[in-house]
Design a protein around this ligand. Structure first.
Ligand code: NAP
Ligand code: MG
Length: 482
């Protein structure tokens, strides 16, 4: 591999050659080599943390317009180059070019949003209970923030964590998932030209077991924000807690879309297909449980099967493709394993259920639908994270709501209904962090909070103004001015 294709870590304002590199190959075209990316050692991770610790107080004192200019620079370039970068993202993750481009565009919007937020950092003022004493409540940066991201949204998750971290005055060490380093490397390359002082942003590409472990156990890292699986989240949280650090976790889910007897069935099918299969079902907000009221159950399945037959699955770089490949071989094997185990549990396959041999060769699986499933089957309890959904029949609305909430997770929940009363009741009673009415369970905005309940999330919310809770610490100042 030529030197030009070798991608280094970005530490203390410099591109630093790593002790080792790994090859990044496309999951949707196994002959497509994207490049060689640093596989950092634990020493290199330590160096990045030390650089961030040394740079954090200067950035904490930086002027608001300087921060705004840096964030605007990054956001504007991501938006301008979204098609070009989106293509690389699609190649390394397996989602379609349209999805990749949309993700990069959205990532730019996160930076633009937090650029504006830098100028809206207001404190509070109060009179003391002691006459003549005044109180100021202000927010200050936490210090060094460790950011650990998953493979399914390689650019967007990094963006929605890095942008507020910098906006609120923190230094950053970013560790992307090892299977998708290219998107994070491009983000770092843009950041390297943004005017940010050396050491404030560091990229360390490497494995979770090595680099992630160093970040989560380091006493110099004041806060860790993580998106990924529940077991890894639990492990990281214990590491961070041992140092009394701040922790924020966004993890898996088993989101339900409830379809009621009074639903517009065209809309229900459209939302179910979008939520279950787009992004190859590898979204933490994906609808994996389709809970359908008895009166429309059979017709819903019939229409789903008809619409699924029209879906274009294949090369994510080809014009018109709607669903690309799985993101990596482990994920592909896992989904095929769940298809087998669902059959063994008695679920009835009505569409898909097989690997697809396509050209180019990659990790493709046909969108898959099971019926006759119950909520206690493994397939409805564990996160599959692939283009697979299960229909569960409900006797009535109350039954549907009870099934929806009967899960260890709670990220998003959706209902398709024309009844205002049912929609209002569902919004109140769904035990999830986000609720969608007559919309897919996937698809969220960037200016409002995002997160879940139960095993889906831990700590304060991400995104919008709510992000300030995690990326700042509160200080209460008392003074007697005269
Ligand atoms: P994962 O295995 O938990 O990995 C997530 C990140 O943690 C990766 O960067 C990984 O590094 C790193 N990691 C692994 N072991 C670690 C350790 N011992 N210490 C520190 N870091 C470690 O999850 P994934 O398979 O990449 O992603 C799929 C999961 O993410 C799904 O469960 C999905 O629901 C969840 N997800 C949730 C959201 C949300 O917002 N709620 C969004 C997207 C994805 P390496 O992989 O490089 O080793
Ligand atoms: Mg992993």
């Amino acid at each position: 591999m030529s030197k030009a294709q070798q991608h280094d870590n970005f530490i203390n304002g410099e591109w630093q050659p790593a002790s080792d590199y790994s090859t990044n190959t496309s999951p949707s075209n196994l002959d497509d080599v994207i490049g060689s990316y640093a596989h950092a050692s634990t020493d290199e991770a330590e160096a990045a943390i030390n650089a961030a610790a040394a740079a954090s107080s200067e950035w904490a004192r930086s002027g608001l317009e300087q921060r705004k200019a840096v964030l605007d620079f990054i956001g504007n370039e991501l938006i301008e180059r979204s098609a070009e970068i989106g293509l690389v993202l699609a190649r390394e993750e397996g989602k379609t070019v349209a999805e990749g481009t949309g993700e990069v565009y959205r990532s730019g919007q996160f930076f633009q949003y937090y650029a504006a937020e830098t100028l809206r950092q207001m404190g509070e003022f109060a009179d003391s209970v002691r006459p003549g004493v005044e109180i100021e409540v202000r927010r200050e940066p936490v210090g060094v923030v460790g950011i650990i991201t998953p493979w399914n949204f390689p650019m967007a998750v990094a963006a929605w964590k890095v942008a507020p971290a910098l906006a609120y005055g923190n230094a950053v060490v970013l560790k992307p998932a090892e299977s998708v380093p290219a998107s994070a490397w491009i983000l770092a390359e843009i950041i390297s030209r943004s005017g940010l002082p050396a050491g404030v942003f560091n990229l360390v590409m490497g494995s979770g077991r090595e680099v992630g472990e160093v970040i989560s156990t380091s006493p110099k890292v004041n806060a860790v924000t993580f998106t990924g699986s529940v077991p890894v989240g639990r492990h990281i949280a214990a590491n961070v807690m041992a140092n009394m650090g701040k922790i924020q976790l966004e993890m898996g889910s088993k989101n339900a879309l409830v379809v009621l007897n009074d639903a517009d069935l065209d809309l229900a099918v459209q939302c179910a297909i979008n939520g279950a299969f787009f992004g190859t079902g590898q979204k933490c907000t994906a609808s994996s449980r389709l809970i359908v009221e008895a009166g429309v159950h059979d017709e819903f399945i019939e229409r789903m099967v008809a619409e699924m037959a029209k879906l274009k699955v294949g090369d994510p770089l080809a014009e018109g493709t709607q669903i690309g490949s799985l993101a990596n071989e482990a994920q592909y094997q896992q989904v095929l394993g769940y298809i087998d185990s669902a059959k063994a549990e008695g679920a009835k396959l009505v569409a898909g259920g097989e690997a697809l041999e396509l050209n180019p060769k990659g990790y493709y699986i046909a969108p898959t639908l099971f019926r006759d499933t119950t909520n206690d089957m493994n397939i409805n309890c564990e996160e599959v994270f692939g283009p697979l959904a299960c229909v569960i029949k409900a006797d009535d609305y109350d039954h549907a709501l009870a099934i929806c909430n009967d899960t260890e997770y709670g990220l998003t929940a959706g209902v398709i209904t024309q009844s205002l009363a049912r929609a209002a009741h569902f919004k109140r009673e769904a035990k999830s962090g986000c609720v969608m009415v007559n919309l897919p369970t996937a698809g969220t905005d960037y200016h409002v909070p995002f997160g879940g309940r139960k095993n889906s999330s831990y700590g304060s919310r991400e995104q919008g103004r709510y992000a300030a809770e995690f990326y700042t610490v509160v200080k209460t100042c008392y003074s007697k001015p005269y």
